[in-house]
Design a binder for this molecule. Structure first.
Ligand code: HEC
Length: 178
């Protein structure tokens, strides 16, 4: 009798441990970026980067910090450091208060979703974040992150092969590179 109860308890704890491990792997699976993002999403991210979100105006079309619009503030290369996808999403969504990196989420500073700050909290910084060229839907921010993670982040300086990889095709702008 006693032994059966012990075995039962042991089986129960095994089941609990199993459930926890299962929950953890599920959460981890959700957290993890898809190993190979959908090519359609990457292409959409590239389009958003170059056009609607106009990241290129400050960061350059190759995201190497050579801005394509002289009137715009200087912005760093996104090719050198390794960012996590989560950090990219946060930075695009919320911008960087006190710098020239704009927030692309329309409600970034209206309901506390970014750093628990509201519009009024931003006024204490000497540098006012510029308005974004356009506001973006959460889905669009995901596409941008897919594009950056697979074609920009950690890729280092540009050569013809990386330029072609960035555009996903042998683009004219790549031809003068070695
Ligand atoms: C108005 C100019 C401007 C635009 C437009 C802009 N950025 Fe930025 N971005 C900046 C500046 C300036 C910084 C540096 C902020 C700082 O000093 O920390 C920055 C920083 C960043 C960083 C963090 C870099 C690092 O090493 O810490 C990321 C990532 C980034 N931008 C991505 C984007 C993306 C993606 C877009 C388009 C959706 C975009 N930016 C649009 C100006 C801009």
């Amino acid at each position: 009798m006693h032994a059966t109860r012990l075995v039962m308890r042991w089986l129960c704890s095994l089941a609990t441990a199993g459930a926890i491990v299962f929950a953890m792997t599920t959460i981890r699976a959700q957290d993890q970026p898809a190993a190979t993002p959908d090519p359609g999403d990457v292409a959409e991210g590239l389009r958003l980067y170059q056009q609607k979100a106009d990241c290129r105006s400050c960061h350059g079309w190759a995201a190497d910090g050579h801005k394509s619009d002289n009137q715009m503030p200087d912005a760093p290369s996104l090719r050198e450091k390794k960012y996590t996808r989560a950090l990219l999403i946060l930075t695009i969504k919320c911008g960087r208060p006190g710098t020239n990196m704009p927030a692309f989420d329309k409600f970034a500073y209206s309901d506390g979703r970014c750093f628990n700050m509201k519009q009024a909290d931003l006024t204490k910084y000497p540098t006012r974040m510029p308005d974004p060229p356009a506001t973006l839907q959460p889905r669009e921010i995901e596409y941008l992150a897919d594009f950056l993670m697979s074609r920009v982040v950690g890729k280092g300086s540009l050569d013809r092969a990386k330029c072609t990889e960035l555009w996903g095709t042998d683009a004219d702008v790549c031809h003068e590179l070695k």
